[in-house]
Design a protein. Sequence first.
Lengths: 125, 125, 125, 125
Amino acid sequence: MSGVAVGRRVWAIAEGYIPGQSVSGDRALVSHETACILNASDEDAEIAITLFFTDREPCGPYRTKVGARRTLHLRFNDLADPEPVPRDTSYASVIESTVPIVVQHTRLDSRNPNIALLSTVAFAA
Amino acid sequence: MSGVAVGRRVWAIAEGYIPGQSVSGDRALVSHETACILNASDEDAEIAITLFFTDREPCGPYRTKVGARRTLHLRFNDLADPEPVPRDTSYASVIESTVPIVVQHTRLDSRNPNIALLSTVAFAA
Amino acid sequence: MSGVAVGRRVWAIAEGYIPGQSVSGDRALVSHETACILNASDEDAEIAITLFFTDREPCGPYRTKVGARRTLHLRFNDLADPEPVPRDTSYASVIESTVPIVVQHTRLDSRNPNIALLSTVAFAA
Amino acid sequence: MSGVAVGRRVWAIAEGYIPGQSVSGDRALVSHETACILNASDEDAEIAITLFFTDREPCGPYRTKVGARRTLHLRFNDLADPEPVPRDTSYASVIESTVPIVVQHTRLDSRNPNIALLSTVAFAA
């Protein structure tokens, strides 16, 4: 399998929340939220992410790229431009791509000594 | 991205259960269940939620609003009118909106010293 | 909202596994797996469940009913006829209904002192 | 129910990550990632899995078979040919079948003394 375009160009994640605390400073175990993006196509994907909040206008676009036949596990924690994602704050996101991609949403919560996980395929618009 | 209507007008969550106990009284960590709603459109969304139970007629509608380009992480714990959601009780919900929205269902269970999480995009009817 | 048929008539859950151990004998906290079924229609739903295994022919149908405008959080642990669901064994299921329903799959794993949860909307065939 | 083809022929899992550590050596509790595959049809399914990475070309196909009316809970940990799946490394997968199947993605993370779980139906392409 190579070069098959699998997925959609617009995705939404209605749940977003990065806990502000973690029992570990280890990057693998710090509380984080991820948009796992798969670009199985033969073209690079230009990605634009818009964040939505409870009580203010959307923020974005945050721009990134996922190469042809590559996956990117993008941490919302790492987004910086135009501004960092606030912690302990509810948000949502819309992810737009120039080529079909697949998006899965995952959170690792390490506020407690033992981690908790959640994951779901995002909504394909 | 602005003003693009992403989603559907009718959603269902077949799983519902708010644990009656929590190890923490902190609002962030009390056992709760959430319908995360994203309204990426340019129109306010009027939302009506109906709850279904095992052995009695449905209850509702519970009414709320999600502004244009806003997200609402609605806690079922906070619903009060026409009546609170019973704890330790199985329920399900149908969420109807006047404009397309995206709905994701999340539970934080803190009956144990360490939290457990689950999440899934709801069923788009 | 009343009497709107939401959902599909055939659903599949590819993941199935009931841990044989639990730290608690409390029904709420014993390791269990659930098919949460919502029948938002005005007709009773006759449900037939078929279980699939790794190395033998399917088993079923297991029959149950979900009344009009009712939800049933069916525990696979409780299935008995034609035979109980084996513990610590991989299985999968297909759920068929006479009217449209919505199905969500949830597991509570209490092999450890703290529970773990997973959930996903089932696959609508 | 017998011999009904439920599902799709191409599936994608955008999230993939096998933790390199586990508190237990017990096969049931070691950190693992699973693609639960249901073949409810009357024909054997020939399966081809391709893995995608962050910074190198895809790897595969990994080949397996799921018999007619059988389920296979395939551990990515067990894949060996053409090469094992690296631990502590982000990946994604595309699963192709000769007959319709249903795929659900599950991870058990036992880096902590208590396990964490996630699961979602994969993306049906």
